[in-house]
Ligand binder design. Structure first.
Ligand SMILES: Nc1ncnc2c1ncn2[C@@H]1O[C@H](COP(=O)(O)OP(=O)(O)OP(=O)(O)O)[C@@H](O)[C@H]1O
Ligand SMILES: [Mg+2]
Length: 445
């Protein structure tokens, strides 16, 4: 049997751990100090005080023993009782029923009774229970039982519970202060974690570094990193769209010139095809460069989105079977850029329809991830070619694809880009059910 490690008992959050580090030594210290103080101080003092009263009782017993008869003994007792502030009575007939009666929450009672028993002769009857402010003692003498009532505060420290109460209250106050301080210290770290998590998923949330110096430094480093990455993406986008746009103009001119040439020539026909393909490429480029940048991410229902994609594909003549799996009882909305994600899935389905005859799209919503799985019954992609297939402008087998319509080689690259832009991944594998390619577009939620 494997024992659970200590790690599984520890709190997972920084707040919980810091609180634990702070509170455990504090509580331990209080316990040790409290115990030692109780032992050393309260019990010792109680013993000393009790010993003093015991001495006076011994004097009373001696006065009884020294007296010739009971009446003299009683008179002697009366003389003693006043200055000693004790109630003393001699009962010749009352027998002593030895024993200690002590309430269970009487913390010093045990030490008190033990000291009395040490100091006084004979079996004693000690009653601490019937009156919390007084101690009743029955001691045997030669002339009967001496019944003494002593104020409790002459024999033990009063209110030993106060120490406990004080300790608990102090712990609570210190704990509350620690919670308040720690919450303030942990908040900037949590905010930094949230901001970087969101950025990893392609969202830029407002963030201002606060808190301790190290945390602020990390926050500032994150901010400058974020703006650098954003600048780079912006530059890439501008370059892509600039190049695409600038290439369009000469292309259009070439197309116009071709229109004027003799259309029957084979070369002209070939040139037209090439120009059409270049235009398609540029169009895809432009759409990709623009769409990804301008679109805001929004909570989107992936099942509705998948439904639209399948509808569109079927209108385009493809046969797509849709499977949806929702394994969370929660709201199915997932934060994403819906147009970009839709383009990625459409690319995957387009590939599948081009290379296979049957296509299936399954949407699996799990607590932490959202998977779009596209499978087909085509030839698939060999494991060693998969990385290459994902690269931009790569067509694996141009001759094989030719009759099925030539692609630009951007489809998978765009899908991968969309996945990464959301902090997700695109994985290619072999479909066990259908035999062709299995592409998994995974987005975190
Ligand atoms: N479902 C699939 N089955 C078999 N091979 C595939 C499949 N999907 C893609 N491939 C291979 O991977 C290559 C790259 O695919 P990608 O989608 O990036 O480009 P494309 O389909 O050729 O062009 P585009 O999608 O830009 O029109 C394809 O040329 C093809 O050889
Ligand atoms: Mg494609």
């Amino acid at each position: 049997m494997q024992l659970p490690s200590a790690r599984s008992f520890l709190p997972h959050s920084l707040f919980g751990r810091a609180l634990l580090i702070l509170l455990v030594p504090m509580v331990l210290l209080q316990l040790v100090v409290g115990l030692v103080f109780f032992q050393r101080h309260y019990l010792r003092v109680t013993e000393q005080m009790t010993r003093g009263v015991a001495m006076e009782l011994r004097a009373a017993i001696q006065a009884i023993e020294a007296a010739p008869d009971v009446d003299t003994a009683r008179r002697n007792l009366a003389i003693l009782a006043r200055p000693l502030r004790l109630a003393l009575r001699l009962e010749p007939d009352a027998p002593v029923s030895p024993g200690v009666q002590r309430p269970f929450d009487d913390l010093t009672g045990r030490a008190l009774a033990r000291t009395l028993a040490e100091e006084l002769p004979g079996p004693l009857a000690i009653d601490l229970a019937s009156n919390p402010r007084a101690v009743r003692i029955g001691a045997p003498t030669g002339k009967g039982t001496l019944l003494a009532v002593a104020p409790r505060n002459r024999m033990s420290v009063s209110n030993p519970h106060q120490l406990l109460v004080l300790m608990v209250v102090a712990s609570l106050v210190l704990g509350a202060v620690a919670v308040l301080f720690l919450r303030n210290q942990v908040r900037p770290i949590r905010q930094l974690a949230e901001a970087s998590e969101a950025f990893g998923k392609g969202r830029s949330v407002p963030f201002r570094p606060t808190g301790a110096e190290e945390v602020r430094r990390a926050g500032n480093a994150f901010l400058s990193m974020r703006s650098r990455i954003e600048r780079q993406i912006e530059q890439r986008t501008q370059m892509l769209s600039g190049v695409s746009h600038d290439l369009r103009t000469p292309l259009t001119r070439m197309k116009l010139t071709l229109e004027l040439l003799d259309a029957d020539e084979d070369e002209v026909e070939g040139l037209r095809g090439d120009i059409a393909q270049m235009e398609r490429m540029l169009g895809e480029f432009l759409a990709f460069a623009r769409g990804d940048q301008l679109e805001e991410s929004a909570p989107t229902d992936p099942f509705v989105l998948a439904g639209h994609v399948v509808e569109d594909a079927e209108r385009g003549g493809a046969e797509v079977s849709l499977v949806t799996v929702n394994e969370t009882p929660l709201d199915p909305h997932v934060q994403m850029r819906p147009v970009a994600v839709r383009r990625a899935i459409e690319n995957l389905i387009g590939n599948a329809a081009r290379h296979g005859t049957r296509v299936s799209l399954s949407v699996r919503l799990l607590p932490k991830t959202l998977d779009f799985v596209v499978e087909d019954d085509g030839p698939g992609i060999a494991p060693e070619d998969r990385a290459r297939a994902l690269a931009p402008f790569s067509r694996l087998d141009a001759s094989r694809n030719q009759d099925a319509g030539a692609g630009v080689g951007l489809g998978l690259a765009i899908a991968l880009d969309v996945a990464r832009g959301h902090g997700g991944s695109l994985e290619l594998g072999r479909s066990t059910e259908m035999g062709g390619l299995r592409a998994v577009l995974r987005l975190p939620r």
